[in-house]
Design a binder for this molecule. Sequence first.
Ligand SMILES: Cc1ncc(COP(=O)(O)O)c(C=O)c1O
Length: 477
Amino acid sequence: MKDNSYQGVMGRRNEIMKKAVGLNYEVFENPGIGFDYEKLMRETGYSLEEVQHIQAATGVGNTPLLELKNITALARKFSPEGKGARIMIKDEASNPSGSYKARRASAAVYHAKKLGYKGVIAATSGNYGAAVASQAAMLGLKCIIVQETYDSRTVGQPEIIEKARKCEALGAEVVQLSVGPELFYHFLLLLEETGYFNASLYTPYGIAGVETLGYEVIMQVREKYGKDPEVVVCTNAGGGNLTGTARGILKAGALDTQIVGASVDLSGLHMASDTAFNKKSFTTGHTGFGLPFTTWPDRTDVPRSAARPLRYMDRYLSVTQGEVFYITEALAQLEGIERGPAGNTSLVAAFGIAREMDQDAIIVVQETEYTGAGKHIQPQLSFARSNGIEVRYGDPKTQVPGVNIILPEHPSMIRGVDLDLRSIRTSLIKNAVKFSGATQVTPEDIEFLAVETRLKELEVEEILEELQVAYQKGGKS
Ligand SMILES: Cc1ncc(COP(=O)(O)O)c(C=O)c1O
C-alpha cells in the first residue's frame, strides 16, 4: 500500500516526476549554481525543422501576420513629428485550440506519444489545457487537465470557467480544484496512478514548440517588408512565450530585433490567496506570474525550467487592466478583430513604444489568443463589479489592482511603464544563490549567472558585492 497522505506523495515527488517526463535532468547539472541550458535544449528538445514538421501535421502554426493600420494611425495622433511605428500582430488565435499554446502542446503531446505513454496530464488554468486536450484528441491519447478553478466559495472567474468548458469540449477530463497547495498534490497523485506523461509547460519540448513562432515572425516580416522588425512584444507570465519566441527569432538570424516583455500589473494581489483569487480580471500574462517566474524560473513542475525569459529580454513593461480592456475594444472597433486579453496586453505596450519610434519602424505584437464567453470584456467587468471592484474612467496609472479598474479617459493615456530590469536581474542572482545553498560563488557560477541575466561577468560580481555574497573573482568585462 502506498502512503497517499500529503507528506507521503510530496516525499515521492522527484521519483514521480522523473517517470512522468521521461527525462533525467541531473545529467545537465553543473557543480554549484548552474546547469547547461543549451545542452538540455539541444539534446532533449526538437530542432526547428522537426517542430515545423510536427506542427504541420496537426495544423499548428503558420499563422497570419496582419498590419493594424488604424491602430497605428491612432498612435500617430499622439506621437511627436515623424514618430509612430507600424504595429502588426501575429495572429495566434488561428491555431487549432485558439492560442499560441497549441505550439507548446504539439511538441509535448507528440513526444508523449513517441515514448509510448497512453495519456497526458497538465496542470494549468487555461489555454494550455485546451491546447493539450486538442492535441491529445488529434493523436489519440487520453487527457486529464488539473485546474485551479474556484475560490473556497466555489466561485470561479469567468475566464477560468470558460476554459474548463473548452477543455471538456475537446474531450479532456478536467479535475477542478480550489485555489491552494492541494493542486500539486492531486497532480502528482494522478501522474502516479495513471502513469500518464506530464505535459509540463516547462520542458524543452514545449519551449522548442514556441521557437517556430519567433521564426515565422521574422520570415513573414522579411518577405513582406524586406527587413527585420525593430521590436517584438511578447506577453509574459511563466516565461515560455518570450523564451521560445526569442530563440526562434535568433535562429532566424534576426540579431538586432528587440525583445520586449509585457505583463498586466497586478501588484498587491497574491496569487495563492483565496480572497484575491477572484479580484483579478486577468488569469495570465500578469505580474503575479511574470515577476516571480522571471526572477526565479525554477519554481515549476520540472527541476529546471526551459523557460528563462531574462536571458532574452531587452525591456519589460507593465500595463494596467483598464488599458488592456480599452485596447481590446479599440482593436475590435478600429480593426474589426476581436482577440483575447493576453495578446492585448502586448498591444498596449506596443501602442506606447510605437510613439517613441520612427514611422518606418516595425513592431510585431504577439496576439496570442482567441476571445470567448468568459474572456470577453463584459463578463469580466460585471464579475469585477460583483466582487466590489470599482470600474470607472480616469487615468489608468492611478489604478489599485483589486480595488479599481480605470479605463483610460483618452487613448493618449495608454502607455506601458518600464520595469527596472537591473533590480529584476539582482533578484534572480539573489534567488539563484539562495536556492542552490551555495556559500561561495565560483567563476563558473558567475559565468552562468551572466548568461541567465544578460549581464557582463563583472556586473554580476558588482551585484554579488551589493548582496554581500562571497565570490571568487575572475569575471570577464
Ligand atoms: C494566450 C497566452 N498568451 C501569453 C501567455 C504567457 O505565456 P508564458 O506563461 O509562457 O509567459 C499565456 C500563458 O498562460 C497565454 O495563455
